[in-house]
Each structure stands twice: as C-alpha cells, then as structure tokens.
Design a protein around this ligand. Structure first.
Ligand code: PGA
Length: 249
C-alpha cells in the first residue's frame, strides 16, 4: 500500500519561536496514525522543531538543499547538513524555486542525488503554469519535467521519492484544481511512472496534490484514487486547519 502523506510547506513564514509554537500545536493535535505528516520548515527552525516533535506520525522537512555537497558556497545549506538536523524529507523543485531562483532540471538532478545520498526523502514538485494548462499540453509538460529529472534515477532510487503535483495557477491563488483535473493529472503521472519503472513501482509511488488545498476541499481531492495526499502551503500555518486536512482521509 502506498503511503498517504500530508506535508506542510511553511515557505518563508514564522520566526523560530512562532514555528516552534506551531509545531507544538500540530504535535499535540494530530491523532492520525495512518497518515505520514511532514512539516516543511525554514532551515533555521529545523533543529528546534525536531526537538519539539514527539508525535510518531510527524517528521520534518527542509524546503530546499544545495546542489553541491560542501565547500565555498556562501549561504547554501547542504543535504548532509539537513540530514544532521534530524529532518527526514526535503522539498525539491518547488515552482517558486524554479521560477525565482532559476532552478533547472540539471540543478535539480544534483539536489535529488545529494538528498538521496544523504538518506533524505525528496518530495519532488512538478506542475504547469496557466498558459500551458490553457493550451491543453499540461500532461506532456509535467511528464517531461519528470523525464528530465527523477525518471533518470535507478528504479531503487525512484522508489524513495514522493511526487507532488502542484499546478502553478493554483498555488496561493485560492483557485484549486478540480478533483477531476487533479485525478486526471495524477493518473497520467502514474501511467508514465508505470511505463518507465513498471506497474509495481507506479502503484507504490505517493503522488501528492498541492495548490490551494485547504480544510474545505481536501476531503474531495483526497477521495480521488490517484491522489495520495497533499502538499499544503497557506493552510499548513494554522494547526487546526492542517489537522482537518490530515483528517480528510
Ligand atoms: P498553497 O501552496 O497551499 O498556499 O497554495 C502550496 C505549495 O506551494 O506548496
């Protein structure tokens, strides 16, 4: 059975004290045991948040890692450093990183390799912008994003990855993909994974939906057979809403 995952992406929000308080609230409120809950916090918060979490269902993620292992790269945080904090996951390839920080497939391949080499589970994001959706070429575009990156991994490594489909037009906009749009894309991605790695691996791969997923729409989205959870931005900053999303299964 593939894992159900609800991951929060706090983005560039909260001070350390606010983040620890939020993590504590989530820690205390979550009772689900069949959902893997992940808190994607800023780098500065990870060590403190890891110390705060006692709930076995909850793990911590970084939102990025460096494309280099170590060395003279001022301001970068390596996968080994992330691993040394106690974080178990790393969000990679988020559209905001691709768009604002120029992250290409080539850079992302290095990050994924380093994350895996350091025992971190990448939550690998993909998704199309509105003009691509309007042109009807979204499946081709998103599958190509995977072909250039995580489809170049060995089957053993690909099995360790979580995919997050996040249509850019739905991120932070309040416009959610319809359940049908999400299901159609997730099915297309699962089919592409099956073609590349075989049906067994495709059936075991968790594919999350992200983009204005919230306490009101999560239940309907998660009811789709190929939607295995969510990557949650804004709604992950409120413990009660985040827990409602977790309980939406
Ligand atoms: P959102 O963000 O839930 O605020 O739309 C999702 C994401 O960017 O991961």
């Amino acid at each position: 059975m593939r894992k159900k995952v609800v991951a929060g992406n706090w983005k560039c929000n909260t001070t350390v004290a606010e983040g620890v308080a939020l993590a504590k609230e989530v820690n205390d409120i979550v009772t689900a045991t069949d959902v893997v809950v992940v808190l994607g916090t800023p780098f500065t918060h990870i060590t403190e948040v890891v110390k705060t979490i006692t709930n076995k269902s909850i793990s911590v993620a970084a939102q990025n890692c460096a494309a280099e292992a170590k060395g003279a790269f001022t301001g970068e945080v390596s996968a080994a450093m992330v691993q040394s904090t106690g974080a178990k996951y790393v969000i990679l390839g988020h559209s905001e990183r691709r768009e604002y920080y120029g992250e290409t497939s080539e850079i992302l391949n290095k990050k994924v390799a380093l994350a895996l080499a350091n025992g971190l589970t990448p939550i690998y994001c993909c998704g199309e912008a509105l003009p691509i959706r309007e042109s009807g070429k979204q499946n081709e575009f998103v599958i190509n994003q995977l072909q250039e990156t995580v489809f170049t991994l060995s089957p053993e490594d690909f099995k360790k990855i979580i995919i997050a489909y996040e249509p850019i037009w739905a991120i932070g906009t309040g416009v959610t993909a319809t359940t049908q749009q999400a299901q159609d894309m997730h099915k297309a991605l699962r089919d592409a994974i099956a073609t590349k790695f075989g049906n067994d691996i495709a059936q075991e791969t968790s594919i999350l939906y992200g983009g204005s997923c919230n306490a009101s729409n999560a239940k309907e989205l998660f009811a789709s057979p190929d939607v295995d959870g969510g990557l949650i931005g804004g709604a992950s900053l409120k413990a009660a809403d985040f827990n409602t999303i977790i309980m939406s299964y």
